[in-house]
Design a protein. Structure first.
Length: 623
């Protein structure tokens, strides 16, 4: 089984851990690597060579396997740990993963690819009335004054969570919305991101009909969701999710092709460009000393990155071998002391269903620094590949950050309108906003739009990221479509292009696209603005949600620079808490025994203060 190229390496590691350390060791590894869900099940995606999976599905269900979803040639399944435990305890184990890889139509078992929310770090906002600054900055408010509000237009918001949407109906959202769920609904009520996106669409196009469509992030659920939205004949889809490093980024990937199907159905598809500009490395394989390890820089075979407390970090390496997938590279993860933690060493030998991708999910108890190496597996690869490495979320070595080619799929789709993020107050490009070009040389993003805006869903935090920028464009498209009902997606895109405010390099570029979204004063006014439009006089307060910034790039913390301070604070805080609690219990016991008055009580109060200080230090360290 360990030599089987059809089985992803993370599942091989799971069985090795089970064999050497038992069930508890295997579960610990599965949880750390992100393949164990909250129901104590191992999740995986079966890649088939057919779209007819009815017989396989029936067979798996009879064996206790849970079918999470099926779309075309992909099947998401979950295997209860109890089923695996029962098999492992047999005298002659018949391992389900081994049997699956030998099934007639299964060509690969892989880690489920999941889209991520393209949301930046929230920034504190000033007190005051919450309004959508983008409505005024983009001149949508002027269209509203003329009665153009998106009436009669259907907009689908495709997202990973719509927690709390019901309490906003009739206020921040329309009175009535259509809701649909695809895949596991675990995050539907916990994640508010989709509601924040819907808020912006509603602010931009207050009479548009909204479809809140949840999917669990997997390709299967995304395919089901887009197929359903097409069947509902929506006019616009706003997608503020995406994945990095898992597709060719030349418009031919699985999710890109789904977007193209929506485009062919006449749907304007607005997709977040991504937030990975500062979490991406790109470079051609270099091995100066012949040890099969990639040199990120001269004499530098380790890429350092820092990440926070209990933060799941997703590391994805891909390379330009999507047609053949016969060049084999691996990635290895080490801690600050140089101890090997884990590897991703899937086999790439040109077999069916293989992709030039290796990925690692890691969760660390404390804020720390880790290191990545890239290996030419067994020295068998030609060694001429170009790598794209994403480490999210993390602080990468700033000398190795490459912002170009940092787009998230499916923003590379030929039928997608990709959206970058600028600060609403000053039109400065947000440092995280992903940059093009695509792998086949097309300029992306197509447009940029306001971000760092007020949101009821995020309460006192501003809604940030290309996630916030994207629904502004979707809402603007709804206004345009009401004004020009016969417009195709390309007509809408051209209208936005003609009126956008050019930023950055003259003309279209791979940071701002053609420029920042600007609708102009009226649909009939064909004047193209060259400066930001003035804000109209209104009865409500307009305020920046963060301090206006100069055009300089924000400073970045060097990996490891302050992580020892953070960990020291956490350790010190926890120690004070433990010691304080122990002493309090001792004093209380003494009071009960001796009842000796005020000194012990004063001492107890003092130790209580120590516990409080310890908690404060631990919280400071965590933040």
């Amino acid at each position: 089984m360990l030599e089987n190229p059809e089985l992803g390496s993370v599942y091989k590691d799971f069985y090795l851990a089970y064999q050497t350390g038992g069930k508890n060791a295997a579960i610990a590894l599965a949880r750390q690597r992100g393949i164990l869900n909250d129901d104590n099940e191992i999740e995986m995606t079966l890649v088939l060579d057919t779209e007819d999976a009815s017989d396989l599905v029936a067979e798996l269900e009879s064996e206790g396997v849970i079918i999470k979803g099926h779309f075309r040639h992909l099947v998401n399944i979950a295997v209860p740990v109890s089923v695996i435990e029962e098999q492992m305890n047999d005298d002659e184990p018949k391992l389900i993963m081994e049997r699956l890889t030998n099934s007639e139509h299964v060509i690969r078992i892989e880690f489920p690819r999941k889209a991520r929310i393209q949301e930046g770090e929230q920034e504190d906002e000033e007190e005051g009335i919450r309004i959508g600054q983008g409505v005024n900055v983009t001149m949508a408010s002027h269209w509203h004054a003329q009665g153009i509000t998106g009436k009669g237009v259907k907009v689908g918001i495709l997202d990973l969570g719509f927690g709390g949407y019901k309490k906003l109906l009739g206020e921040e959202l329309p009175k009535n919305v259509t809701v649909k769920i695809f895949g596991d609904d675990d995050d539907f009520n916990d994640e508010v991101h989709g509601v924040a996106c819907a808020e912006i669409v509603h602010e931009m196009a207050p009479e548009a009909e909204l479809y809140l469509v949840y999917f669990d992030g997997t390709d299967v659920a995304m395919g089901q969701a887009i197929e359903w939205l097409i069947s509902q004949e929506v006019d616009i889809i706003s997608n503020s999710t995406g994945s990095t490093g898992t597709e060719p980024m030349d418009g031919t990937g699985f999710t890109a092709e789904l977007v193209d199907e929506a485009y062919e159905a006449g749907i304007f598809f607005a997709s977040a460009a991504g937030n990975s500009a500062m979490e991406h490395y790109r470079g051609k394989f270099t091995d100066t000393n012949g040890d099969n390890l990639h040199d990120f820089a001269p004499n530098k075979q380790l890429l350092a990155f820092g990440h926070g407390l209990l933060t799941p970090v997703r590391i994805v390496l891909s390379w330009d071998d999507w047609q053949n997938a016969d060049q084999d590279y691996d990635i290895h993860l080490y801690n600050q002391e140089g101890t090997h933690l884990q590897s991703s060493d899937d086999i790439q030998n040109g077999g069916k269903g293989q992709t030039p991708v290796e990925s690692i999910t890691d969760i660390s108890l404390f804020a720390t620094v880790h290191y990545i190496t890239i290996e030419n597996a067994g020295g068998k690869a030609r060694g001429d590949s170009t790598f794209d490495l994403f480490i999210e979320p993390a602080d990468m070595d700033p000398n190795l950050i490459v912002s170009k080619h940092s787009l998230a799929s499916p923003s590379d789709a030929k039928g997608a309108f990709s959206i970058g993020a600028v600060h609403w107050y000053d039109d400065i490009l947000e440092h995280y906003s992903s940059r093009g070009p695509t792998s086949d040389g097309r300029i992306k993003p197509d447009f940029s739009a306001p971000s760092v805006v007020d949101s009821t869903s995020y309460d006192t935090k501003a809604f940030n990221g290309t996630s916030a920028a994207t629904p502004h464009v979707a809402g603007a498209a709804a206004l345009i479509l009401q004004a020009f009902p016969n417009f195709t997606p390309d007509d809408i895109g051209q209208f936005i292009k003609n009126r956008s405010i050019d930023l950055g390099d003259e003309g279209a570029d791979n940071a701002f696209g053609v420029g920042r979204l600007n609708l102009g004063l009226s649909p009939e006014d064909a004047t193209i603005s060259t400066t930001p439009a003035p804000l109209p006089t209104s009865s409500f307060a307009i305020h920046p949600t963060s301090t206006p910034r100069t055009p300089s790039k924000p400073s970045r913390t060097q990996p490891g620079e302050f992580y020892w301070v953070i960990n020291a604070l956490i350790y010190l805080g926890l120690c004070l808490i433990c010691v304080g609690i122990f002493i309090i219990l001792f004093i209380l016991l003494a009071i009960v025994i001796a009842t000796q008055g005020a000194c012990l009580i004063v001492g107890c109060l003092g130790i209580t203060c120590m516990v409080v200080i310890g908690i404060v230090l631990a919280v400071i360290g965590s933040v």
